[in-house]
Write a protein that binds this ligand. Sequence first.
Ligand code: FES
Length: 124
Amino acid sequence: MTTTITICDTCKLEGWDVEKQPQTDGERLAIEIEAAAQGVDGVKTRRHSCLMGCSHGCNIAIQAEGKLTYVMGRFEPGSDAAEGIVEYAGKHAASEMGQVPFREWPKAVKGHFVSRIPTLPSAE
Ligand code: FES
């Protein structure tokens, strides 16, 4: 089953300045995640403007039909974060209910979890 990484493309880290950096930090992270997810089985990406976690960006969500949803934040845009997020999404896709054992968490996602959202009853 496919896991989708939803990336907030309007997140701005403290000190962001449009004059110095026209792209938002969220856009920069989205570009990195999209590149890292290229050709990865079971993982797709999409962008969304604001996940309502603006004070602790950059934010993303990991989602799949009938599985636990995870929201993560406090990412710096870059390839380390992007590769860890995509690796985690791949493990989420391979899992039955979306639970990835802690020992398998990529280092880049540790300390970044914001919330876990259970599946809706109709999907259980
Ligand atoms: S701008 Fe990214 S969560 Fe609001």
